[in-house]
Design a protein around this ligand. Structure first.
Ligand code: HSE
Length: 301
């Protein structure tokens, strides 16, 4: 079951962890990559926009790899495909660019192959490729997603983002690979640290469900990953404090960083200006964007 259509998939950026929810919470944001995929006489890959200079255009390309996983799963030979990637999500900044590539490739190839895999099967494949579900789940499903991998299956719960929740992202002008940002983490944590994050993760989920934005400042606190990653992101602590003083609700590293994300109400402009200025005081140039949490994940256009 194959077709000759040009498939176009739009897939959102995501912010993972939401502070304390390491590897289990994530939220989709209104910044997108587009994947154009069709059958072709020979495989070609073109990248436009973010990552155009460094994303591979051979079969090591993540979108191509994801497409191959779909065909493997369906026990079909991988066809020659033409791929055009039009990227808005900056690479290696903590905004889910690799999750978007994986999810986009899976969804597009599934559509090209006759739409035979379910969302659950796509989510399982995406999680296997990414290694953790917190970016791929909201990239696929939209909204805010709690995801847990148990006995090889991804169990998830999707929440609608509160309507008056907005965000400001401060995106530094340097890349940080997730691998490097995970290598600095300790293998063991104390009971006290575990309790610190458990309590805030529970509060974060409850606050988002009940639209208690006033609780987000405490709910966003973390001791499991941010303190260890702070040396990799000069100015992190100061930017978090300054954004909070400017009226942000909760401020945290976005995923593995180096982007810092502030959850806000209506003070986005002030928070953005303060984040940019404070990063600069630590010698880090960044640009800021105001992004909205969104309800839709990857969609076939
Ligand atoms: N939960 C992951 C981390 C997200 O913080 O390492 C990065 O992809």
């Amino acid at each position: 079951m194959q077709n000759n259509q040009q498939i176009v998939v739009k897939v959102p950026a995501t912010t993972a962890n939401l502070g304390p929810g390491f590897d289990c919470l994530g939220m989709a944001l209104n910044l997108y990559n587009e994947i154009h995929m069709s059958l072709a006489p020979s495989t070609t890959i073109i990248v436009e926009g973010q990552g155009a200079d460094n994303i591979s255009t051979d079969e090591s390309n993540i979108v191509w790899q994801a497409a191959r996983r779909v065909y493997e799963k369906l026990a079909l030979p991988m066809p020659q495909i033409s791929l055009k990637l039009v990227n808005q999500i900056p690479t290696s900044r903590g905004l889910g660019s690799s999750a978007a590539a994986i999810v986009g490739g899976l969804v597009a190839a599934n559509q090209l192959a006759g739409n035979q895999l379910s969302q659950e099967e796509l989510l399982a494949l995406a999680t296997e490729m990414e290694g953790h579900p917190d970016n791929v789940a909201p990239a696929l499903l939209g909204g805010i997603v709690i995801s847990v991998v148990a006995e090889g299956k991804v169990h998830y719960l999707r929440l609608e983002p509160p309507e008056d929740l907005s965000t400001v992202v401060a995106i530094p002008d340097f890349e940080l690979s997730t691998r490097a940002a995970r290598e600095v983490l300790p293998q063991l944590v104390s009971l006290q640290e575990a309790i610190f994050n458990l309590s805030r993760t529970a509060l974060m989920v409850g606050a988002l469900c009940q639209k208690r934005l006033d609780l987000l400042t405490v709910a966003a606190q973390d001791v499991l990953h941010q303190p260890y990653r702070a040396p990799l992101v000069p100015g992190l602590v100061q930017v978090i404090e300054a954004a909070q003083r400017a009226g942000a609700l909760g401020v945290m590293l976005s995923g593995a960083g180096p982007t810092v994300i502030a959850l806000t109400g209506n003070c986005q402009e002030e928070v953005a200006a303060v984040m940019e200025k404070t990063f600069l005081e630590s010698g880090v140039k960044c640009h800021t964007k105001i992004l909205k949490p969104i309800v839709d994940g990857a969609v076939v256009l």
